[in-house]
Each structure stands twice: as C-alpha cells, then as structure tokens.
Design a protein around this ligand. Structure first.
Ligand code: UN1
Length: 521
C-alpha cells in the first residue's frame, strides 16, 4: 500500500494470506482534513478465531528456530523502516495528525525497538545460578509462552506495535495483533512489511477492527499473554479479566495525569521549555503528556507569564508543515472529550488563562486550494475546514485533592497551573495526589530536590530538567497505580512473553541433595 488512497477495501493478514473477511467496512480518516485515506474491513470473531488458530499452529515450529534466525526477519523490517523513513513519517502524520517531526520520530522509535529486540537475540537469555552442591549446575532458561495478543493505540501507530511485537517474536512467540481503529493504514503497512520479510505463515497475524475484535483476542483461551497500550478504562478491563485467569498474563500500560514540578531555584528557560513540550507536543495526546504544572510561589508569576505567552501563540496547523507545533486532535469524539474536560475545570472554579479550544477561523490552516479557510458566509471551507482542530487550554486553580479536573486524564492540550509553597516534600505530595503514576519531571538546580523527587514521586518514568515525554526504547516504559500493570515494552516485556525454567543438572555419579536432605533410600 502506498501514499495514495485507493478504491480498494483492505482486510486482514491471517496465516500468511490476505483476507477481506465478513465484517462491515470502516474508513481511515485524516484528522487534519476529514478526508478518507482508505477503506478497511472490521474484524469479527470469525477472523480473530482464524488468526488465533494460525498463530497457535505456527508456534511449534517458530519456537524451534534460534533467536538469531527469528531476529533475521526483523532485521529486514528494520532496514525497510529506515529506507522509508520520510514516506512512513508522512503517513503517520496523515493518519494520526501528529506534526511531521513527530510522525518521523514515531518511525525512528519503531526501528530503535526493532534494533533493540533483534540485537538482543545475540545476548544470552537467562542466568547461571550457583548450586549448594558441588556436582550440580543450575540455570534459568527462558522459553516462549505461546500466542501473544497485541492491542496498540493510535497515537504511536508504528512505534508501539513494534514495542510489543518485536520482542514477542524474537522470544519465540507468535502474534495476533489488532491495530487501533483510527490508524488501520499504518496497520496495513506494517503487515505488508512482515509479509515482505517472508515471516513464516501464521507467526504474525493482523486483524483490523474495533474493541469487539480486541476483546475476542484478549478473552480467548489460546492467548497466553496480552500486551496492551492504551486507555486506563480498557487496560483495567483487560488486566482484571486476563490477569484473573490462571496461566494467562497481561502487561498493560495506560494513561497518566502527569505533573511537572518547578521549584524555587529552577532555571526558568528549562522550566518553560520542558512544560511547553510536555503539555502541547502531540496536541497533548501522549500518555506521558503533562496536565499539571506544580510551581513554587517564588517563581510562579514569572513562569505563568512566560508559559501563557507561548501557549497563546503556539502554532496549531497543518501537521505536514515543519513550522507547525501542534496538529489536530485525532477525531470528533475526542474533540468533544477535550471540551468536556475544559468545561469541567471551569465548573470546578478554574481561572482560565488561555482558551484556544475553538480556534479562530484565521488560525485554521489554509488548504491548498484557492479561497480556502473562510468562505463569504463565514463557514469554514478549504481542505482543512473539517479537521478536528483544538488549541491550548491553560488554567490556574487552587489545589484541592478531590478536584476531578486534577485527577481525570483529558489526553489533550489541557493543563493546570498549581502554585505551591513550602519545600520539595510539599510539591511531591501534590504531584503524587492523583490515581495515576506514569511520567513526571522536576525542574530544579538543587540536587537534593532532584534526588527527593526521584525517590518519592510515584511514577515509572521520572525526568530531571527535561520534558516528561520522549523516553528511549531501552528503558522500562510503564507506571504505577492506575497507569500500570506490567511493562509491555523493552526488557520488562521479555518477562511477560517468556516462561522461566530453573534447570538443575547433576554432573556427579551420585545423587546429592541440597539443604542437607538425605538421599539415602
Ligand atoms: C505514549 O504516550 O503513548 O516517551 C507513548 C514518549 C514516547 C512514547 C510515548 N517514546 O514520549
């Protein structure tokens, strides 16, 4: 599949073959223009069943290959991702609305993960463990768990599928993957890459579709591990259901209500820059985006003035233009959701500092045809008129523990400024006061404050003097509290997709037991 939309209806990749299946059609839409990119088939329980059967059947042979042979297929994909960087970056941008440097970074992150997982195939995969008994050797060996179900989100439509699948496959599992329903085009392209790499039939399977197809995967007894990245609502359902079944395992990474602490001795340039990046990149639609800025009273006014100035002017626009900072929101329903969060903050007493939720017509990108942007009757026209545009919403509010606006994730360019007084302990108390615990940052020149934050912030990803977005693939990516239930990426994902065997071998002629246990009969 290329850059051009076609009349074709795209289906699923199951057992090494393309199939349309029996489901209804749905469309992939460009969130900046509302235009249809391509048409796809919705996966039904029947397609999921065939995909699971294919994955189950393929497992026995796939697991017998060496790690290095399995990784070979991924190296092919690694090269393809690199060669098609620009093209794929543009496709990511067209399908999920991220501005182009982010679209390309998504592809870069994908090949980084493939490189990490495939390179890992040349590392020993276990441990040598000493024995109490001189004649014995003990090892911890890993073996694949079997069929891994992967459910991935739209905001990283190329990178996150590889977080899950590259690791699962190199470790010897087979995969059934459902891409997000908002980004099926990226799903189609990734499936074509696996096909081109010649991966054996049934080892990799892709079923397009919605939540019902996802549930058909996660609920099936043939699935041994579920790797999920997405909303807390869906992730908790999966964690409860799958985690509750003996022998099954779920590693889920979910949302956040991430905070940045700016202390009294922060460097202001670093503070403002980090907060802007964390709050507005990807239009606030990263699970690691910040929605709370917790700022010391001594620097509050200066920080507020500078942050608000930038939020007021930040370039929302055509995501294919390099000068754009924020593209559109993903879809109309999401615009509604962001609106509800903005209104909730107002109802709870927010002092609104920036409200660009409804962009002026003049702020909507002009489209490439003549006379675009605003027609004479005041209605928007032009190719971007139907985009899902939203701008920054910044408010200040007196911190109170149970305000919903400070506890519920918006997943948009919606951010609260909270003024604190006192010490780092007071800031961290506010920082930790949400049900989530994914990412956060501290901006401070005092190493004691940095260390305190590192040790006491209830989060999985903590940054010092940096934005709280942009983690590298070799780090564990996951959180605590409502944000996490396992880590579906990097080294920790290996734990989720492998079983451990403690293998103890006797090298002596006699049997000698540990713990002084008598071996006499
Ligand atoms: C997400 O927001 O869903 O750390 C993933 C980052 C990226 C991954 C974000 N590497 O910002």
């Amino acid at each position: 599949m290329s850059q051009q939309a076609t009349e074709q209806v795209y289906g699923h990749y199951i057992g090494g073959e393309w199939t349309e299946g029996s489901g209804d059609t749905f469309e992939s839409e460009n969130p900046a223009t509302g235009e249809t990119l391509a048409t796809f088939r919705r996966g039904t329980a029947a397609e999921v069943d065939r995909a699971l059967e294919a994955a189950d059947e393929a497992f026995e042979e796939w697991r017998e290959l060496s790690y290095i042979d399995r990784a070979e297929y991924l190296w092919d994909i690694y090269h393809e991702l690199r060669e098609r960087h620009q093209e794929l970056g543009e496709i990511v941008t067209k399908e999920c609305g991220k501005e182009i440097s982010e679209g390309k970074a998504d592809v870069t992150e994908a090949w980084h993960m493939v490189e990490w997982a495939a390179g890992n195939a040349r590392h020993p995969h276990g441990d040598v463990v000493p024995s109490e008994v001189a004649g014995k050797d003990s090892y911890m060996r890993r073996k694949p768990r079997g069929v891994v179900g992967c459910i991935t989100p739209w905001n990283f439509p190329v990178a996150i599928p590889f977080w899950h699948m590259a690791i699962a496959l190199v470790e010897g599992n087979t995969v059934v993957w459902k891409p997000a329903e908002q980004t099926p085009w990226c799903g189609q392209i990734i499936a074509e890459m696996f096909e081109d790499a010649g991966i054996p039939d049934g080892v990799f399977n892709m079923v397009q579709g919605f939540g019902d197809a996802g549930a058909a995967i996660t609920d099936d007894e043939r699935v041994d591990t579920v790797l999920f990245t997405g909303s807390a609502e869906v992730g908790h359902g999966i964690a409860d259901k799958v985690g509750g079944e003996p022998g099954k395992l779920a590693a889920c990474e979910m949302g956040g209500k991430n905070g940045i602490v700016v202390t009294e001795n922060a460097d202001m340039d670093t503070a403002v820059h980090s907060a802007v990046m964390s709050s507005f990149k990807t239009t606030g639609q990263r699970c690691v985006s910040s929605e709370r800025l917790i700022v010391h009273e001594d620097v509050y006014d200066e920080f507020k003035e500078r942050f608000v100035d930038i939020a007021q002017d930040i370039a929302v626009g055509d995501p294919l233009e390099e000068s754009t900072f924020m593209g559109p929101a993903i879809e109309a329903d999401h615009v509604e959701k962001i609106h509800r969060h903005n209104e909730l903050a107002r109802e709870e007493g927010a002092e609104v500092l920036v409200d660009r939720f409804e962009l002026e017509d003049s702020e909507i990108p002009e489209g490439h045809e003549e006379g675009a942007a605003t027609a004479a009757d005041g209605e928007r026209s032009g190719s971007y008129a139907n985009g899902h545009w939203v701008g920054p919403f910044v408010y200040e509010i007196d911190y109170e523990s149970d305000l919903r606006c400070l506890n519920e994730e918006c997943f948009g360019p919606h951010v609260a400024l909270l003024e604190y007084s006192g010490d780092i302990e007071d800031a961290v108390e506010i920082h930790n006061d949400t049900p989530y615990g994914l990412a956060g940052a501290i901006i401070s020149e005092d190493y004691r404050q940095l260390n305190y934050f590192r040790d006491h912030a209830d989060i999985g990803l903590a940054y010092a003097n940096l934005p709280c977005i942009g983690a590298e693939v070799q780090l564990p990516f996951g959180g605590v509290k409502k944000s996490g239930n396992g880590y579906p990426s990097a080294r920790e994902a290996i734990e989720a997709v492998t079983e451990r065997t403690a293998w103890t071998m006797n090298n002596a002629d006699e049997i000698e037991m540990a713990q002084g246990l008598s071996a006499d009969i």
